[in-house]
Design a binder for this molecule. Structure first.
Ligand code: TGC
Ligand code: FAD
Length: 392
């Protein structure tokens, strides 16, 4: 990949809305991505290999549990700092941001919020430091957008539970030390189960041949009569609302992350357009290319404002599920459009691994599908404003 010359766009001086701490956290993550992610990410994606070497760095910049209290090893930051970290990581690559999102919002968050003190003490510090990696098993082969229909189940055997079923499309599954798995009990109530690598009957085959999120490992979780100790059930919340509550936190991070991918595509395309000469002048001077670039910076700026405001609401515990859905949907869609337009500005060069744009574009095809598809988020907004569910 070409040298990382990234310069973040801030068309409306939005940095002025950030505190000293936000800027410190954001700049540290930005520098780390330049130093540690950009030089290796293209090769990792080309080889479809998750770069494990970056795990300790992710922990150091506070990407594992940014808002988890320091007593559990987290960074104890606010929601805007969390968002800014996700933005900077996804500026490098959506797959790396996925690893951080899953670890923080889908593994540490449920253990922190729904677990007991012993579970918090046992897992959170190791997850925060990167000694443990986690994954989150909600989606099943026959239940994606409709997780409430899941068939993975636990049966009470007196001293322990027996877990059976399968999860699919699980980020980090192939190497996770602990999986937060959602399963129904005999009454049909959804429970959170902590499944550890090495438990008999538990396997995690990797999913191959992905054209998207190639630097992130995806796999299945297969449970064949896995004996689960009773202390591995999350005691403090059950029902579908428990996993959906985790998704609120992860989707919020993705809303910020998508801005990072969009900023990288815009910045790359702007620089290229100023340098590339056709018909004796830079293509940046052609009206058609200016239209693309002007629309990109407009959409990025709107997304930045939307997300900053959402962060303020989240800090005040006032952000609703529907507001988070709107931001996730808008920002990922914005980023994927910008990636496609930016790719065209680079002409043939845009399809090569010399530049990050095509990788972002392919990654964003997963981002627009996972954590609730583009359609599902529209239906969440629709239900919120009309009061009528159109899911079923
Ligand atoms: P519905 O009847 O609406 O709700 C069931 C219960 O849940 C409550 N609830 C929530 N609670 C907390 N937070 C939320 N966001 C909540 N949304 C709903 C609701 O109040 C109700 O509670 P109760 O007490 O009445 O039972 O559920 P539904 O079956 O109609 O489904 C609604 C729908 C479609 C919106 C939901 O199921 C959904 O969001 N589907 C999309 C599935 C999804 O996003 N999967 C993501 C899997 S994880 C992933 O993709 C990780 S990618 C890796 C990475 O992040 O990088
Ligand atoms: P489906 O639900 O089968 O949807 C197919 C199409 O039908 C979509 O266009 C959808 O919008 C549409 N549709 C569905 N229902 C409706 C409706 N009611 N009205 C209108 N249209 C509808 N899951 C996890 O649990 N953990 C993970 O870590 C994880 N990581 C992932 C990583 C990657 C790379 C990918 C691609 C997915 C990951 N997922 C994970 C799964 C992801 O959350 C699901 O793919 C997603 O929720 C959609 O489910 P599905 O693929 O089964 O699509």
């Amino acid at each position: 990949m070409s040298q990382d010359l990234f310069q973040a766009p801030d068309y409306y001086q939005l940095d002025e809305l950030l505190t000293e701490e936000h800027l410190l956290v954001r700049n540290a993550a930005r520098e780390w991505v330049k130093r540690e992610v950009s030089p290796i990410i293209e090769e990792a994606a080309q080889n479809a290999k998750f770069p494990k070497s970056i795990i300790s760095g992710l922990a150091e910049i506070g990407a594992f549990g940014p808002y988890i209290p320091e007593e559990y090893g987290g960074a104890g930051l606010d929601q805007i700092s969390y968002g800014l970290i996700m933005q900077e990581i996804e500026r490098g690559d959506s797959g790396i941001r996925s690893t951080a999102s899953v670890q923080s919002s889908l593994v540490m968050y449920p253990i922190w919020k729904y677990g007991n003190e012993a579970q918090r003490q046992k897992y959170l510090p190791k997850l925060a430091s990167g000694e443990f990696l986690g994954c989150f098993g909600l989606t099943e082969p026959d239940h994606g957008s409709n997780p409430g229909g899941m068939t993975t189940n636990i049966k009470d055997m007196g001293d322990y539970y027996l877990l059976n079923g399968a999860k699919m499309w699980i980020s980090n599954a192939p190497f996770a030390d602990v999986a937060v798995v959602w399963a129904k009990n005999e009454e049909g109530r959804i429970k959170g189960v902590l499944v550890e690598r090495g438990m008999e009957g538990f396997s995690t085959p990797e999913t191959h041949n992905k054209w998207s999120l190639r630097a992130s490992a995806t796999g299945e979780l297969i449970f064949d009569n896995v004996k689960i100790p009773k202390e591995n059930i999350l005691p403090n919340k059950d029902g579908l609302g428990a996993p959906l509550g985790c998704l609120d936190s992860a989707r919020y991070g993705i809303a910020w992350g998508a801005i990072g991918a969009a900023m990288d595509c815009y910045d790359t395309a702007l620089r290229y357009a100023k340098q590339r000469i056709q018909f004796d002048k830079p293509i940046a001077g052609m009206q058609l290319q200016q239209k693309k670039l002007a629309e990109m910076i407009t959409e990025i700026t709107k997304a930045q404002l939307l997300t900053w405001r959402l962060g303020v609401l989240k800090n005040e515990n006032r952000a609703t599920t529907a507001q988070i859905s709107m931001a996730k949907r808008n920002n990922v869609d914005m980023a994927i459009h910008i990636a496609r337009e930016a790719r065209q500005i680079l002409g043939a060069m845009g399809i090569t691994g010399e530049y990050s744009i095509m990788r972002h574009m392919m990654n964003l095809e997963s981002v627009i599908t996972y954590e609730g598809t583009h359609d599902i988020h529209l239906l969440i907004t629709g239900m919120d404003i009309t009061g009528i569910s159109a899911f079923k």
